[in-house]
Design a protein. Structure first.
Length: 250
């Protein structure tokens, strides 16, 4: 067990790859666990989407997950945005499985790295921008100038709206990264504390019961946070898609 709680987040090279200045294309432990996450999602979909006439338990779970994502997308963005279902579905399950897999003792939590969460967030916002301009042309930029305001207000409101829009990928990335990192650091600190108390022996060893119970509580909370953060990322993406379909009501 590493004594430093931050050691669990270290990137380790597995297969050396070409390097182009600051860009390193080596295959790392982070890359490996992202591949494992994708394979796990594919396996889950394969098991739950068999298309039997009378669905079993696993197929029912798959169908409920489809309905859940579809309803979330329709309720937050509108029925016309249902074409974004594959994107939202993929984002939600990738983050969910990455978070849950990272809860295993010997796994690597890819979403605890800002580079991963930032890539997801930037790609999401860029998809919204491209789709908005593709659908509405230059009228899409009306989202930065809400209709119905006095002319004197626009020099103030437009910069605020632009800053608010730019902050979207930052908040998406930092929220996911910070929650997953903080939870894993807390678990590691409790584990170190337990190991220390047990190592002391005698009556001190029995005092480890308290942090053990605390660890059980944190683990349960972390599973909840893992699912909640996937949901938050997905539903915020749905909310941001309003800028594609409802620019006149921004």
């Amino acid at each position: 067990m590493a004594s430093n709680p931050m050691d669990q987040f270290k990137i380790k090279e597995i297969i050396e790859g070409p390097k182009f200045g600051p860009i390193d294309l080596s295959f790392t432990n982070s890359s490996l666990w992202m591949v494992i996450t994708v394979l796990a999602v594919i396996l889950f979909m394969g098991i739950t989407m068999r298309g039997k006439l009378i669905p079993g338990r696993m197929q029912s779970i798959g169908e409920l997950s489809h309905e859940f994502i579809a309803d979330m997308l329709k309720d937050t963005t509108g029925p016309e945005a249902i074409k974004w279902f594959p994107f939202i579905f993929t984002i939600f399950f990738f983050i969910l499985f990455a978070n849950l897999i990272g809860m295993n003792p010997y796994a690597f939590t890819t979403t605890s790295h800002i580079a991963v969460t930032a890539a997801l967030a930037v790609f999401t916002i860029l998809a919204v921008v491209v789709a908005g301009i593709w659908k509405n042309g230059l009228k899409w930029f009306k989202i930065f100038a809400p209709a119905g305001l006095p002319a004197l207000m626009y020099p103030i409101i437009i910069p605020i709206e632009i800053i608010s829009f730019i902050s979207r990928p930052i908040t998406l990335a930092v929220r996911l990264f910070a929650n997953m990192t903080a939870g894993h650091v807390m678990l590691k600190l409790f584990a170190i504390f337990i190991a220390y108390l047990v190592g002391q022996g005698g009556a001190t060893m029995f005092a480890s019961i308290v942090p053990i119970l605390g660890t059980v509580g944190i683990v349960a909370l972390e599973f909840l946070v893992a699912a909640l953060q996937a949901f938050v990322f997905a539903i915020l993406t749905c909310v941001y898609l309003n800028d594609v379909y409802h620019i006149d009501h921004h």
